[in-house]
Design a protein around this ligand. Structure first.
Ligand code: TRP
Length: 359
């Protein structure tokens, strides 16, 4: 079986370091390994509209931002096709057919959709498009016969629903679609990086994100203002690491090499944690260490971003080429899907022949 990788992001804002550890990093690792037949990354503008219907300019203005973020982190357009969801109309057509294979109660049980409905205050006035976006996500994944989907853990319910749709489809219409599997970050802290205020999620509206495009100054201000341990008032005080955002970030980002290079008093994070808990380590010290690590990560990202910002026509062409390519693949799958569903009346004269045979 072919190894096809697909994933995507909603263009509702610039991407942040939560996106980086949650999913971009796995993409880069998979890209470097090179062990795949095809690799696509989608800017999910149609999905972003499902809860932003009244704000199309927001989505439009973030298309290039997200593309720039992709290229800046090192997604190589020679190896990965980047495309725009709404420009591949086959995806909406697939969704329409898949919708027959999903029940309302099944959609209601999707935990990610549930919590998003709550977070957006939709209550009883849930837009149908939003409610059914897991179906459209199944179309995104299956249109390219993706077998591997690198995502954060909030996307697991979508993959699960996709798998159910694939199974139903193949059972009823024949083996056409491919069962996808997720790739999650290995490191626990990377699954859901909290915001700098310690809140469970980085969110643009809360203003607690560190963006991939942040300048050194912005990064510094944010790291120095990070939520730590409110009981750790004096350096000598015993510190707590649970719920201490700086330590959660160190869990996600610090390597033993970082200790060797910037904090040689300790061999690794385990030792630093122990010392912090015993007292004697100031928050400023650990914040400066984290700042160094994050700046090392963001520096080359900023530089690549600058290059592409100055060559924005190149970015535009990358998106256009990627989208044409995605269309060509989705078109083939849609044809197979419709053939399997017997929706192919004008390919030949079979329909008339069947009628004549019957009469
Ligand atoms: N739901 C994803 C997000 O919110 C975006 C997305 C849309 C996606 N289609 C996808 C992710 C297909 C993986 C595969 O970021």
């Amino acid at each position: 079986m072919k190894k096809i990788i697909l994933t995507g992001d909603r263009p509702t804002g610039r991407l942040h370091i939560g996106h980086y550890v949650g999913s971009l990093k796995s993409r880069l690792m998979l890209q470097e390994k090179g062990d795949y037949d095809d690799f696509l990354v989608m800017i999910a503008d149609a999905q972003a509209l499902t809860d932003n219907a009244d704000n199309p300019s927001k989505i439009r203005s973030n298309i290039l931002n997200v593309a720039l973020d992709y290229l800046a982190v090192g997604i190589d357009p020679q190896k990965i096709h980047i495309f725009i969801q709404s420009e591949v109309s086959e995806l909406t057509e697939l969704s329409f057919y898949y919708a027959n294979l999903v029940t309302v109660s099944r959609l209601q049980r999707n935990p990610t959709v549930k919590s998003e409905i709550k977070a957006r205050g939709f209550n009883e006035s849930i837009p149908v498009g939003f409610f059914t976006y897991p179906i459209s996500q199944a179309a995104d994944i299956t249109a390219f016969k993706a077998s591997i989907v690198p995502v954060g853990d909030d996307q697991l319910p979508m993959i699960e629903q996709t798998r159910e749709i694939v199974k139903s489809f193949n059972r009823i219409y024949g083996e056409v679609l491919v069962l996808p599997k997720e790739v999650l970050p290995e490191n626990e802290a990377c699954l859901r990086l909290p915001g700098i205020d310690g809140n469970a999620k980085m969110s643009k509206s809360v203003g607690n994100c560190i963006y991939l495009s942040d300048s050194y100054e912005e990064l510094k201000t944010k790291v120095m203002s990070m939520y730590t341990d409110p009981l750790h008032l004096k350096v000598e005080d015993k510190g707590h690491i649970e719920g201490n955002t700086v330590f959660t970030y160190l869990d996600a980002f610090a390597t033993d090499d970082d200790f060797k290079n910037y904090y040689p008093e300790f061999a690794n994070l385990k030792e630093l944690k122990k010392a912090y808990q015993q007292g004697g380590i100031g928050d400023v010290k650990i914040k400066k260490f984290l700042l160094q690590i994050l700046d090392n990560l963001l520096k080359p990202i900023r530089e690549r971003r600058l290059y592409y910002e100055e060559h924005i026509d190149e970015v535009y062409n990358i998106l256009k080429d990627g989208t044409m390519y995605a269309r060509s693949i989705a078109r083939e799958t849609l044809k197979e899907v419709k053939d399997a569903m017997k929706l192919n009346y004008f390919d030949n004269e079979e329909l008339v022949k069947e009628y004549k045979d019957e009469h």
